[in-house]
Design a protein around this ligand. Structure first.
Ligand SMILES: *Cc1c(COP(=O)(O)O)cnc(C)c1O
Length: 368
């Protein structure tokens, strides 16, 4: 690691979270590692969840399937999103399942050699993203896939409002899902509807698996018993006194009111530390500091209450700054904050109690 801006990912704590959630759900565990495991690194997180007993890994795309297969993951896999019909040969070859989500998609698929393609039927129970709504159409879809030699491995739906206190929408969606699953009366190996939040409050006799993404990282509206395995850090490279009446950064948006201690740290919007972070609190050397002036591409200025030397660590989120609060202040959700952390931010992994190999996209490219 040359530029000292890094995300720490404690894989042991992720594994502990998997074990704790499995105890609560008592169902098969599908670890949702889409979008590079929400920016945390799918290869590494995959190893941890597999060791902790995950039964399946779900990803966003065929690329992510191939990436994990390439890295030696041999367990069950599912593409949750929309695989392109022209890519099914790659899925069959990789022995990974995908969502079958519309009649038009199925028509594209069965025109090709799709023998052995594993699918999970997607049910739209009210979110209106992907999936079947109509029982007759669903039945037809199932028969056509079977006739074409596809393997119907599962059926699933997705809840739109599982993070809300009120469960009216979730219950309504579940009723729609249950009715369709029961009407099909088919021996699906996997029946699943619960995401992270629903896994913790929604208990039913129909589904036999849960799909858990964000709660792997300890983020949940329903429990605070989980470990918080991810944190983001950077480093101070300069610290100085700025007299009263000077301005800080692009646009001169901040003016010092008195003699102030201003530090410059190595994180900016190109790292995913978006400009809306202006004014945010970060943690430096035992106290909180404030982002003053605009966030630059690679750097940010902080107002401190005491001087610190070059090399001092800044915690952006972690043990002293909650990721949930940070997301709320940014008017977004933790998912978006961590997915946006860019590839040039080094990922530092802790696994089996040891600091493991660091990953940085730019370094990987430069040694290739
Ligand atoms: C992303 C996603 C999940 C995981 O959601 P979390 O809230 O992170 O647990 C589950 N199912 C589907 C269909 C998804 O798209």
């Amino acid at each position: 690691m040359f530029r000292k801006t890094w995300m720490e990912v404690n894989l042991d704590e992720i594994a502990d979270n998997v074990r704790k959630i499995r105890e609560i759900s008592k169902k098969k565990f599908i670890a949702v590692l889409k979008a590079d495991a929400y920016g945390c690194g799918d290869i590494q997180v995959c190893r941890a969840v597999e060791e902790a007993g995950a039964d399946m890994v779900a990803v966003s795309s065929v690329d992510e399937v191939l990436m994990l297969r390439n890295e030696g993951y041999r367990g069950e896999m599912l593409v949750l999103g929309t695989a392109d019909p022209s890519d099914i040969a790659a899925l069959i070859e990789a022995d990974a399942a995908t969502a079958a989500y519309s009649m038009e998609w199925i028509e594209h698929v069965i025109q090709q050699n799709c023998k052995g393609l594993r699918v999970h039927l997607a049910i739209d129970s009210g979110m209106n993203r992907i999936g079947f709504k109509d029982e007759a159409e669903l039945r037809d879809a199932l028969h056509r896939l079977e006739a074409a030699g596809c393997i119907i491995d599962g059926i699933f739906t997705h809840f739109a409002c599982a993070d809300e206190k009120d469960h009216v929408m979730t219950n309504r969606q579940f009723a729609v899902f249950e009715k369709l699953v029961k009407a099909l009366d088919y021996p699906f190996r996997y029946i699943h509807c619960d995401n992270s939040d629903a896994t913790l409050f929604h208990h039913d006799m129909l589904s036999n698996a849960c799909r858990v993404g964000i709660t792997l990282y300890g983020i949940s509206s329903y429990t605070d018993e989980l470990a918080h395995p991810i944190s983001l850090y950077t480093t101070i490279y300069m610290c100085k006194h700025v007299p009263a009446g000077e301005t800080i950064g692009y646009g001169a948006t901040y003016t010092t009111e008195e003699d102030e201690i201003i530090a410059t740290a190595a994180i900016g919007y190109a790292d995913g530390f978006v400009r809306a972070n202006q004014g945010r609190k970060v943690y430096v050397d035992g106290t909180y500091a404030t982002v003053v002036g605009r966030v630059c591409m690679d750097q940010v200025m902080l107002k401190l209450d005491h001087e610190v030397p070059l090399g001092t660590t800044v915690e952006i989120f972690g043990p002293h700054v909650s990721l949930e609060e940070m997301a709320e202040e940014l008017h977004t959700i933790p998912y978006e904050v961590i997915c946006l952390i860019s590839g040039r931010v080094t990922r530092k992994y802790i696994f089996h109690g040891e600091e493991k190999a660091e990953q940085n996209e730019r370094l990987i490219r430069s040694v290739r």
